[in-house]
Design a protein around this ligand. Sequence first.
Ligand code: ZN
Length: 215
Amino acid sequence: MHHQPCCLYGCTRRRASRRIRYCAGHMAALNRYGHPLGKPLRSTEVAPYRRQVASLYARFPSHPGLLAGETILSDLLRLAQSDLRDRDFADHALRLSVSGVTPRELLERVGAVFLLARDDPRQLPDDARLDFALARAVLYARPLRRLQTRKGYSVSVRPTATTCRKLGQFLRSRLAMLFHLAGEYFDQQRQRREEQAAAMRTPFVNYKGTAATTS
Ligand SMILES: [Zn+2]
């Protein structure tokens, strides 16, 4: 009856069951965030990146990549993606469609996760955690459905780990290039602002630039 300890280094809790390598807490994190040490992203940290993606729409309203991205997410909600048609994903896609979520909002949410991962790789240090965060940006865009158990408890109907993994892999493979280029665009803008700020700090005293002479 005594299970071995959780196989995560430093964790002394017992394994959740004989067939599971982790304790209950680390197993839950693995299923929700793609890694036993995974954590949810903070909405306050994601928000500025979402505003960045929204600003791309304002600046480049007819950019073909943004339009194609919206189509990809629209197809996803309509279950027109052959590799994502299982029952669990279909339930969540229907819940999101009925809630009135738009493909553009989802693209903003997904784009924000890509840009955050690019700026701060320690938050999502591997593809598995990035995939789950991308999937969660879509699946948790609206509240989960709640279900009454036989004992009278109300529980959230969470997406399965398989749904998160498959959806995340799909989003990463289809949208990574778009947001890689968006990240480069924002890097370049940041660099320009820094160069301008540095230029403002150039003293006039002893400044030895080229004199305006005509010879
Ligand atoms: Zn553990």
